[in-house]
Design a protein around this ligand. Structure first.
Ligand code: GLU
Length: 510
């Protein structure tokens, strides 16, 4: 017995040698069964924040023990999305680390040895029950309206009976002997908790016939051998924790501290819907949402922070986080507010010199993508022009891609308007042109839409016979080639004096 225990310790890695004072080690343990969704992101985020707050280590561990549910590529996708969200793990399948491998399917030897330790100690036993017998048990339980549970029959096999069955080559699994007398534990969020699991469950399988562990064994063995100090996970695991603690006890290991995060629900209290892919990170990324907006909204609807304002950066989330502030109330997520969160973060990005550079590049790519086949004039792709558009529209748009929607097409496609077209609206084309050009040169600082409206009204008074509405029609045509769209003043503000003057000159000479 001692040999197997030592072997397991040896495999436990340097985590066990962590000296006092070293930061906490936390992990996010998703099963790679699909895309990362907002619920998973939130669990990962709280772990990340906790680690960074206390100078600890954030680990990504892929829990792929249920091979039937594994989706190829999902594990990579999850790590990609953590990187995209800006909460990259310190140790992971991709990055490695001293406690790897970080994928449970590559750690089967460790679980096998762990189950041997439990078998040697009599804390686990081999179960030879056939699938038919188990199914029969289920049916009988359902018929008598009871929750199906294993009847622990193989617990009572004598060593001779076990040896006999093994010599016959009968298939077996390992079950953990659930003992009564669970000790309560203090959850960091839910306080004192305890679930007398043996009262409601049969002995659970911990190692399957194919040599794969089940979740409970793999989770406990890995949390121990990876030196995990704090387990922060969804509240749906709260009732499993007593079972995990029985496993820790059977191994003779000190358990980590547990903190269960209250559920993340829709704003009406229903389960977050994964249908139509509406909460997957990939979708938000594709639609152009900023990762900070997602981090902000999923923490804003929950607890754990000293403040609750919108627009918090990841650094602010870390500094405002206090684990004692997490309450047991479910977090109700109102995704209709997401555009507003994004507007605030987009504004912050535009205002930040460094972050703005990336937005400029992204917008250039969008413009080329959307308007490329309309032979976009290279000048509208120039950095200065794109940057000015961003600065002038900041605060007005929630998503960057709005700037390439049809309302804003005038920004990127310069109109080809003839003088005759303008003259058909008013005979005073030249006068109006001159007045506007004059205004554009006088305009030293950028005017607001309201100020410009006033200026345009006073220009109209200087014409002889052109009505205000006609002058607006004429300017709209000269500036955008269109008859509808945003107000003329807004277009002029967004285009800026240089571009407005250029377009008016072109229209007058066209
Ligand atoms: N693999 C489990 C999940 O997908 C992890 C649970 C835990 O963190 O212990 O939720």
């Amino acid at each position: 017995m001692a040999r197997a225990v030592r072997a397991l310790r040896g495999a436990a890695g340097p985590g066990l040698e962590r000296g006092p004072g070293a930061g906490p080690r936390v992990r996010f343990g998703p099963s790679p069964t699909g895309f990362l969704h907002l619920g998973g992101l939130r669990t990962a985020l709280y772990n990340y924040i906790f680690a960074k707050k206390h100078r600890g280590t954030f680990i990504l561990r892929v829990e792929d023990t249920d091979q039937n549910r594994v989706v190829p590529g999902a594990a990579e996708g999850i790590e990609d999305m953590l990187d995209w969200a800006g909460i990259s793990p310190d140790e992971s399948p991709r990055r490695g680390g001293s406690f790897g491998p970080y994928q449970q399917s590559l750690r089967l030897d460790l679980y096998r040895r762990a189950s041997e330790v439990l078998l040697e100690r009599g804390a686990a036993y081999r179960c030879f029950c056939t699938a038919q017998r188990l199914q029969l048990l289920r049916k009988e339980a359902l018929r008598s309206q009871q929750t199906p549970r294993y009847d622990n029959r193989c617990r009572h096999l004598s060593p001779a009976e076990v040896a006999e069955k093994l010599s016959q080559g009968l298939p077996w699994v390992v079950r953990f002997r659930l003992e009564m007398g669970v000790e309560p534990f203090q959850d960091l969020v839910y306080g004192w908790s305890k679930h007398e699991v043996a009262e409601v469950e049969g002995d659970p399988v911990i190692l399957k016939g194919d040599g794969f562990p089940t979740y409970h064994l793999a989770n406990v063995v890995d949390d121990h051998s990876m030196g995990i100090s704090h387990v922060l996970r969804g509240a749906e695991w709260l009732t499993s924790t007593s079972k995990h603690l029985l496993l820790y006890k059977a191994f003779g290991w000190d358990p980590p501290q547990f903190g269960h995060l209250p559920l993340l629900l829709n704003k009406d209290g229903a389960k977050l819907s994964k249908r139509q892919g509406d909460i997957f990170l990939e979708r938000f990324a594709q639609e152009g949402y900023l990762p900070e907006a997602l981090l902000d909204i999923i923490t804003n609807c929950g607890s754990g922070f000293t403040e609750k304002q919108m627009g918090r950066t990841l650094e602010e989330l870390i500094s405002q986080f206090e684990i004692d502030r997490i309450t047991t109330h479910s977090a109700l997520l109102d995704l209709e507010k997401l555009p507003e969160f994004n507007r605030i973060h987009l504004t912050r990005h535009i205002e930040n010199e460094g972050l703005r550079q990336k937005l400029i590049r992204d917008l250039q790519v969008l413009v080329e993508h959307v308007y490329g086949d309309q032979q976009v004039d290279q000048e509208v792709l120039e950095k200065e022009y794109v940057e000015q558009v961003l600065l002038l529209r900041k605060g007005h748009i929630s998503l960057l891609k709005t700037l390439v929607s049809s309302d804003y097409s005038y920004l990127w496609v310069r109109p080809s308007v003839t003088r005759e077209q303008l003259q058909s609206l008013s005979a005073e084309v030249d006068e109006i042109g001159k007045l506007v050009l004059g205004l554009m040169t006088r305009q030293t600082a950028a005017l607001t839409v309201e100020e410009l409206n006033k200026e345009l009204k006073s220009l109209q008074k200087q014409t002889r016979e052109t009505k205000y509405s006609t002058m607006m029609k004429l300017l709209r045509l000269a500036l955008s080639g269109q008859q509808h769209g945003p107000s003329v003043a807004e277009m002029m503000v967004t285009l800026g004096p240089k571009e407005v003057s250029g377009r008016i000159h072109k229209a007058l000479s066209g």
